[in-house]
Design a binder for this molecule. Structure first.
Ligand SMILES: NC(=O)CC[C@H](N)C(=O)O
Length: 202
């Protein structure tokens, strides 16, 4: 990987501009990815939050689902937030019958997992790799991770049933995913972690 990689943002739907803005703040070369040609031109990709069922349909319609699968399988680093986490999951629960994912992370993700009362909430989460200060995490009809495979490192959890709590941040090789939206709070530590992962990924 070059010292100055380009990190694209999948721009089918969702929080695209917010991620582009954070990457620009960090001085990272970025651009919106809306076609297989755009995808070819980036070194890594952020898949934003939004609505995963819509994103799945649009990815198919724009001819991006198979190129995305190929790039991820070939080792392109990617970071998925919320709906983007769902897109990077090998297996999902609570999806629609025709919902497709890109996959890549050996995990099972449950859509809209936090239920009605807590559809949206904000809480401090300790995330491995960004220092001890809890990250102010915004959850919006967020998924959680119900199962991780042996290659997956859990980076963060929120309190939940059982001692371990619910998994909300994971890493597998160059693939990272969080249930929450780090692009909304002005704290750039998670994006910086991803940029470091991208730079360190040969
Ligand atoms: N904020 C979000 O990205 C919500 C995700 C949404 N519930 C989905 O299933 O895609």
């Amino acid at each position: 990987m070059t010292a100055a990689p380009t990190i694209g943002v999948l721009a089918l739907q969702g929080d695209v501009a917010e991620h582009v803005a954070v990457l620009e703040t960090l001085g990272v070369s970025t651009g919106k990815v809306l076609s297989p040609e755009h995808l070819d031109s980036v070194d890594a990709l952020i898949i934003p939050g939004g609505e995963s069922t819509t994103m799945s349909k649009l990815a198919r319609r724009y001819g991006l689902i198979d190129p995305l699968r190929k790039r991820v399988a070939a080792g392109m680093p990617a970071y998925g937030t919320c709906a983007g986490m769902i897109m990077l999951a090998d297996e999902i629960l609570g999806g629609t019958a025709d919902q497709e994912t890109v996959g890549g992370i050996d995990m099972t993700v449950r859509r809209n997992a936090f239920g009605r009362q807590t559809e949206s909430f904000e809480t401090g989460v300790r995330i491995d790799g960004i220092g001890d200060e809890p990250f102010d995490a915004v959850f919006i009809r967020a998924p959680w991770v119900e199962r991780v495979g042996p290659e997956v490192t859990v980076l963060g959890r929120v309190p939940g049933p059982g001692e371990a709590g619910r998994i909300v941040a994971v890493l597998q090789g160059g693939l990272m995913a969080t249930s929450f939206h780090p692009e909304l709070t002005g704290d750039t530590r998670i994006h910086r972690l991803f940029v470091d992962i991208v730079k360190g990924h040969a």
